[in-house]
Design a protein around this ligand. Structure first.
Ligand code: SF4
Ligand code: SF4
Length: 444
C-alpha cells in the first residue's frame, strides 16, 4: 500500500455512507445462465443495431446478433447458445420498450471461435481498436459509451486513467475484479495505452480498498510506465472530471472531454473486457453485477450473462427481506429506479440494489432555508439551489446562464439538503427542457 497522502479534488464533495461491507470481501460467484435470454439491440450510447439473425436460427455463445454501420455504436452478441425464438419489442428494466433478440438457451454453451492472440502486446494499435470494436465493448462503469471510439481520440493523449474509485455506495464489482483479476486489468490497460499512443497508465483507487491497491501494484510491478494513485475517500471521487483533477491536476473545460486535457478515462471492468477480447476473442456478453441493499437476504457479486432477467439475480441471493422500498440500477446516488424486474441485465449494469425505507430516503421538498450546504458540497462549484429552482419553474435559459450543463448529476446537493429538496431531479428536468428548446429553435 502506498504511503503517500491520498489525492483528491479541490472543491466541494463530501462523506457519504459506503455500505460496501456486505459484499466487498465475498468472491465473485457465477450465476447460472438463464433459460431464455432477452438481449436488447441497443446497450450503448449511439446508433442502435440492426439484427443480423432471424427467428429459428441456431446461435452460438458470443455470436453476433446485431450491428450498425455507424461509427458511434457497438455490436451486440449472444450470451448463450440456442435458438432465436423472437426478435421483438420487450420491456426493459427502465420500463421502456426496445427491440430485443430472444434466445432459448440449449445450455451447451457452444462458443463461436474468435481470434485469439497469445501475446496481446504484439498487436498493432489498429488491430486492438478493431478487435475492441468487433467485441462490442462499451464503458462498463455505467456510461455505455463505445470503447473503440475512445480508443480513437481526436487529440493526442499522454495518459490513460483507470477509474477504480468506485465511490458509489454499495457497489463493489470493480473492487472484487481488482482483487481477483488485477493482471488482466493491467494487460487491458497496456493495450488501451498502445491503441491511443499514451505513454503512461494510472489506476485511481480510493484508500478504502487497500487489498485492491496491493493486488494492482503487484500486477504492475514489472511496468515502469504504470502506477496506482491512491485517492481520498470522498464522494464523487469517481466522477470523471474530479478523477482527472485529483490525479493529474488538469481541469477539463466546460463542455470539454478528457482528451481536451490529454487523457482518456476507462474503467476496471472495461479494461478486463479489452484483455479478454484480445487474448481469447471473447465478445462482451457477460459482466459482474453487485447485488446488494438492506432488503437483500445474501448480497453478493455475481458474474451474469447479458440478457438474464434481473429477478433471477435477486432470487439467487436469497430473495428479499420483506418488501423493498425501492429497487435501483447502479448506485443510489447516480442510478435510476428499476420499473420491471423481468427486464434483462445489460452490458453497463454495475449493480442492482434493493433498498429498505431507511436506506432509500425521500424528497420532501420543504422550503429552502438558504443554508447554502448544497453550494458548499457541489464539486463543480455551482449553485444547486438556484439551478433547481430555475429548472423546476421552466426558466431553462436562466439556468443555462448559471452553468446548468456543467452539472455532473452526482446528487450530492440533494443528499446534503436539510429541506430534502429534489434538486437533482429538477436539474435533470431543466437539462432536458433546455435541450428541447434548443432543438425547436434549430428547426424553426
Ligand atoms: S448534482 Fe450537480 S448541482 Fe448537485 S452537487 Fe452534483 S454537480 Fe453540483
Ligand atoms: S441545501 Fe437545501 S435548504 Fe440549503 S440552500 Fe441548498 S436547497 Fe436551500
Amino acid at each position: 500500500m502506498s504511503h503517500l497522502i491520498p489525492k483528491t479534488f479541490p472543491r466541494g464533495g463530501g462523506d457519504i455512507p459506503h455500505h460496501k461491507s456486505a459484499t466487498d470481501k465475498k468472491p465473485i460467484v457465477v450465476l447460472p445462465a438463464p433459460e431464455i435470454a432477452v438481449i436488447p439491440l441497443q446497450q450503448h450510447i449511439g446508433a442502435p443495431c440492426e439484427p443480423v439473425v432471424a427467428v429459428g436460427d441456431k446461435v452460438k455463445m458470443g455470436q453476433l446478433l446485431g450491428q450498425s454501420k455507424q461509427f458511434i455504436s457497438a455490436p451486440v452478441h449472444s450470451s448463450v447458445s440456442g435458438e432465436v425464438l423472437a426478435i421483438e419489442e420487450r420491456r426493459l428494466a427502465n420500463g421502456k420498450q426496445a427491440l430485443c433478440v430472444v434466445i432459448k438457451n440449449d445450455f451447451r454453451d457452444e462458443p463461436v471461435s474468435g481470434a485469439k492472440h497469445t501475446d496481446v502486446q504484439k498487436l498493432s494499435p489498429n488491430a486492438i481498436r478493431e478487435a475492441v470494436k468487433e467485441a462490442g465493448i462499451v464503458g462498463m462503469g455505467g456510461a455505455g459509451f463505445p470503447t473503440h471510439v475512445k480508443l480513437n481520440p481526436p487529440k493526442p493523449v499522454d495518459t490513460i486513467l483507470i477509474n477504480a474509485a468506485e465511490c458509489e455506495p454499495y457497489l463493489t464489482c470493480d473492487h472484487r475484479l481488482m482483487v481477483e483479476r488485477a493482471e488482466q486489468m493491467v494487460q487491458g490497460l497496456l493495450a488501451i495505452m498502445k491503441a491511443t499512443g499514451a505513454a503512461k497508465g494510472i489506476v485511481g483507487i480510493e484508500a478504502n480498498k487497500p487489498d485492491a491497491v496491493e493486488k494492482v501494484q503487484e500486477a504492475m510491478a514489472a511496468y515502469d510506465q504504470l502506477s496506482v494513485a491512491v485517492l481520498q475517500v470522498r464522494y464523487p471521487q469517481g466522477a470523471e472530471k474530479q478523477l482527472i483533477k485529483a490525479i493529474l491536476n488538469r481541469e477539463v473545460p466546460s463542455g470539454g472531454l478528457p482528451h481536451d486535457v490529454g487523457c482518456v478515462v476507462s474503467n476496471v471492468h472495461t479494461a478486463i473486457a479489452v484483455y479478454e477480447a484480445l487474448s481469447a476473442g471473447k465478445s462482451s456478453y457477460e459482466r459482474v453485477v453487485t447485488v446488494s441493499g438492506g432488503a437483500v437476504v445474501d448480497p453478493r457479486n455475481l458474474l451474469v450473462r447479458v440478457g438474464t432477467p434481473i429477478e433471477q439475480l435477486f432470487a439467487f441471493c436469497g430473495g428479499f427481506l420483506g418488501e423493498p422500498e425501492v429497487i435501483v440500477c447502479g448506485g443510489p446516488m447516480t442510478g435510476w429506479q428499476i420499473q420491471d424486474l423481468s427486464g434483462p441485465v445489460v452490458k453497463n449494469m454495475s449493480g442492482v440494489l434493493a433498498l429498505t425505507k431507511e436506506e432509500a430516503g425521500f424528497d420532501e421538498n420543504l422550503p429552502c432555508i438558504r443554508c447554502e450546504r448544497c453550494v458548499h458540497a457541489c464539486p463543480m462549484g455551482l449553485t444547486p439551489n438556484l439551478l433547481g429552482e430555475y429548472s423546476d419553474k421552466g426558466l431553462y435559459r436562466e439556468a443555462e446562464w448559471i452553468h446548468l450543463r456543467d452539472c455532473i448529476e452526482c446528487s450530492l446537493c440533494s443528499y446534503v439538503c436539510p429541506a430534502k429538496r429534489a434538486l437533482v431531479t429538477w436539474i435533470k428536468k431543466g437539462k432536458a427542457g433546455l435541450a428541447a428548446e434548443k432543438a425547436k429553435e434549430k428547426v424553426s
